[in-house]
Design a protein. Structure first.
Length: 113
């Protein structure tokens, strides 16, 4: 089982950008599907975006072209580039396989002026 550690969250103003990183303990090139998820306070965890081992990606409707998921197999790292952030994007963001197994601690993203 791969161990994943999220980083890159923080406080950003509406309209700003962040890049989240997901560092893996071993090679991720053979993992069929990986994804980013998020959980806002008082809400259920939801899928943000997923990417296959072949590089095909899919996004939740709420990302509306603002987010990009990328996987760097050489660095054993997955990224989530988030642009045009909105207050409703505030949440703890997690990376995991899809379907998910053990959850890490996530990284907090807060969008506020």
């Amino acid at each position: 089982q791969v161990h994943l550690v999220e980083s890159g969250g923080g406080l950003v103003q509406p309209g700003g950008s962040l890049r989240l990183s997901c560092a893996a303990s071993r090679s991720i090139s053979s993992i069929n599907i990986m994804g980013w998820y998020r959980q806002a306070l008082g809400k259920q965890r939801e899928v943000v975006a997923v990417i296959t081992s072949g590089g095909t990606s899919n996004y939740a409707d709420f990302t509306k072209g603002r987010f990009t998921i990328v996987k760097d197999n050489a660095e054993n790292t997955m990224y989530l580039q988030m642009n045009s952030l909105k207050p409703e994007d505030t949440a703890v963001y997690y990376c995991n396989e899809f379907p998910p197994n053990v959850w890490g601690q996530g990284t907090q993203v807060t969008v506020s002026s």
